[in-house]
Design a protein around this ligand. Sequence first.
Ligand code: SF4
Ligand code: SF4
Length: 301
Amino acid sequence: MNNITGMIYNIQSYSIHDGPGIRAIIFLKGCLMKCDWCSNPESQKFSKEIYYSEPRCIKCGLCVSTCPNGALTREETSISVDRSACKKCGHCVEVCPTEAIAFSGRIVTPDEVIAEVNRDWSFIMNSGGGITFSGGEPFEQAEFVSETAKRLKKSGYHIAVETSGYTSYKNIEKCLDYIDLLLFDLKTGSDSLHKKVTGCSNKLILENLKKVYAKVPVIIRIPIIPGINDTEDQLNGMIETISRIDPSGEVNLLPYHQFGKSKYKAIGRCYKLDEIIPPSEEHMKNILRKFVEKGLRASIV
Ligand code: SF4
Ligand code: SF4
């Protein structure tokens, strides 16, 4: 068991979302889906990657002169990164005085993660909180999540996992004994739209949703993306899907936001949803009403 490791990109303390009470969120790297609205694009790749934050950069040029592979070039107002030339040696990360250039992704053991979250033990416990595994898709690193969650649960933490559901059920099954709550994403009301916007079918996701529902408490989470999944057909499709599984199921509606937009630039990618405006409060309330009228325990979070 000692050789189990995970690839994470962050541990966030004092979160009050993603489960009850105050929580530490362990963000794992790697997801098989590629949703354009993803607010954590650095979570999608399974391997570590160079992350360059222009606002933090003081343009000292130390990274450029240190890089042995010519992957960095000084531009007028920033540093440009040639990711195809980068060998991930980390020399630039070591010399950068402001952490403007860094790796997103580090390999950790369960011991290391547990030691880090234990620093906030009393805050978490006094609030009735716990630990949430998020991502990326946590179940794609099932061995690591299972071992870490088992030990955290033994220490008394409430354990939640936020999942896209797009993973083998075997992966989920390995962890179920140590999970108190699943935050399960649902993105569209039809398979055709799901294929179009995520690049994969939702059949496996719905099969997994049915299976886990019988085993652990589940809250279904729906990101509301204007012009994509907030049409009558899509909303009705999602309501029908959930109602078939549980007519009074609990649902969190998450309004689309652009908080993750700057991260796309930092990892050398384009943000494709610039044109989409976050939904108004009124629009969200109308959507909420639809879910509540059908008997679902829905809320906007
Ligand atoms: S990690 Fe190494 S190769 Fe990549 S940009 Fe930094 S110094 Fe250059
Ligand atoms: S070392 Fe850091 S602060 Fe200096 S130019 Fe490179 S990224 Fe910017």
